[in-house]
Design a protein around this ligand. Structure first.
Ligand SMILES: [Zn+2]
Length: 383
């Protein structure tokens, strides 16, 4: 062996070792082995230094940068729960506070945020379930008896004459193999569903993830919140309103942060979500101007009622009205905050002017599908 080492110049290695940054070891992957992954997420947030970004901007960064960092590892191992929880905690703190660590309450629970958009969430991934869906790919390979050497090996050594569906690992098998069998058990109700098998579909990670998280009914208003015309910051804001999570005076008073729950804009009534956006005299003036411009009639009850009122209209009208409503509510909220800090109330007509300008600009550049001639005429009347 020494002769070979000397002749080749290659040193003799041992187990464990690192391959492409991942620890290769016969034993269970521990929390300390994955610490570098958590450090990488923390380091990325420090480097981004985005304390002053909007919620929508931070959400985009989490989706595109932070939650994908663990993808490479999650494709190879079932990561320890503690590690996934740590990454979740870092992303959560970053979303609400712009820093990787801060122990203060969030406006909406992480589980709600991680729901798919059509279930009322913001479409972030639940890391544990995503990890299971990624590993489901290997379960599918074993089921399909693909040509991979590893698949042939597990069939010869472990599964033998049993079927993969009924196979149960013994206590003497490796930890990684037992974890993979646990993934199979988790995916079993869908993987062996006869209707799905008869359809001849292939397993995909996206499909596996939807099996795990798609429980519960769809929320009918989700396509209007998430539409092309709406700016991401308005999108996030209206999502908070729909979930009734804005820090209005009534909530602040319940949390003992303020002594008064008087509305800043009219100084006549108590401020809660419904008053601020639907029954405050200031908001009513704004809504009336918006109704005139869009030639629609909006009920004065709540944001969900607004969407119900436009339910029967064409997709384009729904998108435009939803974007206009979101923009107006965002501006009313800003007017309320300005009034609180500077005691200045803008004119309703100025708010509507801003809504018009932004919406006209969005319709021109967001490549929306116009559809019928009537819709075209309606859009022309707005521009
Ligand atoms: Zn008011």
């Amino acid at each position: 062996m020494k002769c070979i080492e000397e002749a080749s110049g290659v040193k003799r290695g041992g187990i464990p070792f690192r391959y492409l940054g991942v620890k290769i070891a016969p034993k269970r992957l521990g929390v300390l082995d994955c610490q570098c992954l958590v450090d990488k997420v923390t380091e990325r947030i420090d480097r981004l230094g985005t304390k002053h970004l909007s919620y929508a901007g931070r959400l985009t960064l989490i989706k595109s940068v932070l939650s994908t960092l663990h993808n490479y590892w999650a494709r190879i191992f079932i990561l320890p729960k503690t590690v996934l929880n740590s990454i979740d905690a870092i992303c959560r703190a970053f979303l609400w506070h712009g820093q990787e660590q801060k122990e203060s309450p969030a406006l909406v629970s992480w589980n709600q945020i991680c729901k798919p958009r059509r279930k009322g969430g913001l479409g972030l991934k639940l890391l544990h379930q995503w990890n299971v869906a990624l590993m489901g790919k290997y379960v599918w390979w074993v089921e399909q008896k693909t040509d991979h050497l590893w698949v042939k090996w597990v069939h010869t050594i472990y599964i033998k004459n049993t079927t993969w569906k009924d196979y149960e690992p013994t206590i003497t098998t490796s930890w990684a193999w037992r974890r993979l069998c646990a993934v199979k058990t988790q995916l079993k109700p869908w993987l062996y569903d006869e209707a799905w098998r008869d359809s001849g579909s292939d397993y995909t990670v996206k499909l596996g993830y939807s099996w795990l998280v798609d429980a519960g009914p769809d929320i009918f208003w989700y396509p209007w919140i998430h539409n092309r015309i709406m700016l991401p910051k308005h999108n996030f804001f209206i999502w908070l309103v729909a979930h009734k999570r804005l820090l209005t005076q009534d909530r602040l008073m319940r949390m003992h942060i303020t002594q008064s729950n008087r509305c800043y804009l009219c100084a006549a009534e108590e401020e809660d979500l419904n008053h601020l956006f639907f029954s405050c005299s200031f908001s009513r003036q704004c809504v009336r101007l918006l109704e005139d411009w869009l030639s629609i009639c909006l009920p004065y009850q709540g944001v969900i009622d607004w969407w119900i009122a436009i339910r029967e209209r064409s997709l384009l009208k729904k998108q435009v009205v939803a974007a206009a409503v979101a923009q107006l509510m965002y501006l009313i909220w800003h007017a309320r905050n300005r009034c609180r800090l500077e005691s200045v109330i803008p004119l309703p007509v100025m708010l509507i002017k801003q809504v018009k300008e932004l919406l006209q600009w969005r319709m021109r550049y967001s490549r929306v599908k116009i559809g019928s001639r009537r819709s075209q005429e309606w859009v022309n009347s707005l521009c």
